[in-house]
Design a protein around this ligand. Structure first.
Ligand SMILES: [Mn+2]
Length: 279
């Protein structure tokens, strides 16, 4: 049957990825590889990560799944000319690459949610009123729009004002939760907070702790929350252990829960303004 390996947020940390990879003992003929997204940006070698992932995707076919993160969407917007360069962006090498268009269109045709049995993969999180089926339905509705620069613009161009009632309003809210959620209110209203869970403002809970969350019947595998670090508990597998902040890159083999952790080897990382988590 093969095993399923999931790797957390790589963020252009290709050298750390390369150090982790042989330790997984990945069987190219049988195993499955899932990436939680945010393959690019902040770290130094986004181009190498994209080329590696695309090539592996061509080799593995259906056995490889990548869900899109907020930084992957930012790369699409940037490549389309609809996003300004942010201070910590490290996307220049991708932008200048001869295979840039192929890489961008490959990235744009990844998923937002992938489900296999009772495991669901998403970059950031699920709103509490979404059943796993509803999350998949929304993802299948939005994914085709992301493939083309024209049709994805209302979803990813943050300078566009999309008022409630507009046909793009709900899909954009859903996309923003899948790719960027950390905490929300018990009513499912996302909060802006990015810090560690115990410092979340009153009324804002980690999305996976909202009472009555309708996706509680499946195990959700996600990344995105570096300030929380990796977190494994029943039904919840959080894999962003802050590789790009100089901490580590985490992978897990789903069938037996075996974790693989690789300390960051990059030395040229952005000035670290995020809380460093040591535990
Ligand atoms: Mn993210």
């Amino acid at each position: 049957m093969g095993a399923t390996y999931v790797i957390g947020d790589i963020h252009g940390c290709f050298d750390t990825l390369r150090a982790l990879w042989p330790r997984l003992g990945f069987d190219l003929d049988r195993d499955r590889l899932w990436l939680v997204g945010d393959l690019v940006n902040r770290g130094p070698r986004s181009l190498a990560v994209l080329r590696w992932a695309k090539e592996l995707d061509e080799r593995l076919g259906e056995r490889m799944r990548v869900v899109l993160g907020n930084h992957d969407l930012h790369l699409l917007a940037f490549a389309d000319g609809h996003a300004r360069k942010r201070k910590k962006d490290t996307l220049d090498e991708v932008m200048a690459a001869p295979d840039r268009d192929d890489l961008v269109s490959w990235l744009a045709s990844r998923q937002l949610v992938h489900r296999r049995g009772d495991v669901l993969l998403v970059h950031a999180g699920l709103l509490p009123h979404w059943t796993p089926g509803e999350a998949e339905r929304l993802a299948r509705e939005i994914e085709p729009c992301l493939r083309d620069p024209e049709s994805r613009r209302p979803l990813i161009d943050r300078s566009l004002e999309i008022p409630p009632g507009d046909r793009w309003y709900a899909p954009r809210q859903a996309l923003s939760a899948m790719a960027g959620l950390r905490t929300c209110t018990t009513e499912g209203e996302p909060c802006k907070f990015k810090g560690p869970p115990h410092l979340a403002p009153t009324g804002c809970l980690p999305w996976f702790q909202i009472p009555g969350r309708r996706s509680a019947g499946v195990t959700v595998v996600f990344g995105h929350w570096a300030a929380m670090g990796s977190r494994i508990e029943p039904g919840v597998i959080g894999l962003d252990s802050g590789c790009v902040w100089g901490n580590r890159l985490t992978a897990i083999r789903l069938e037996d829960g075996q974790m693989f952790e690789q300390e960051t080897v990059e030395t040229s990382l952005p000035a670290n303004t995020a809380p460093k988590k040591k535990d």
